[in-house]
Design a protein around this ligand. Structure first.
Ligand code: FMN
Length: 149
């Protein structure tokens, strides 16, 4: 399957996780990794799966590298019908009022333009003990397994 992995980051954690996901999947799938900052809305796959890894910043805002993509979607208002995506958030529960809001807002934006969200939207908590890859890889394998079935 073609799997395009996109990351929205401020300080690099989402990029590291995106690379880890690609490394894990590349034996069995065609994978690519791209920064949302360099991504146009029409780069989202309509065949295969889009995986988005996105952190949260400031008051539940998008991280810096996601902002250009969000602005492009808001300006172009693309029809994203046929685009399927799975999204994984990075956050910190110390920001209790805006925990995981960056990934939530990206998901809402894509769905508002017709894309389909697959699975739930886990959020890795930087204040917790779990490693992001230990959460993200089983989550994604389950989603991919559902598509292969
Ligand atoms: C200044 C600042 C603001 C943050 N704001 C939020 C927030 O509103 N909500 C949240 O869930 N996490 C917030 N975080 C936590 C980050 O999303 C988390 O550390 C994440 O792992 C960063 O990933 P990145 O390096 O890919 O940007 C904030 C972190 C910093 C340093």
């Amino acid at each position: 399957m073609n799997i395009a992995i996109f990351f929205g980051t401020e300080t690099g954690n989402a990029e590291m996780l995106a690379e880890d996901i690609a490394t894990e999947l590349e034996d069995q799938h065609e994978t690519s990794v791209a920064n949302l900052a360099d991504t146009a809305p029409d780069a989202l796959l309509t065949e295969g799966l889009n995986v988005i890894v996105c952190s949260s910043y400031d008051d539940g805002d998008f991280p810096a590298s996601a902002k250009p993509f969000v602005e492009k979607v808001q300006a172009a208002k693309p029809d994203l019908t046929g685009v399927r995506f799975a999204i994984f958030g990075l956050g910190d529960s110390e920001y209790a009022d805006t925990y995981g809001f960056g990934s939530m807002k990206v998901a809402e934006l894509l769905v508002a333009h017709g894309a389909e969200a697959l699975g739930d939207r886990p959020v890795h908590d930087a204040a917790g003990d779990a490693l992001p890859e230990d959460m993200a890889l089983p989550w994604l394998e389950e989603i991919i397994g559902g598509l292969d079935a």
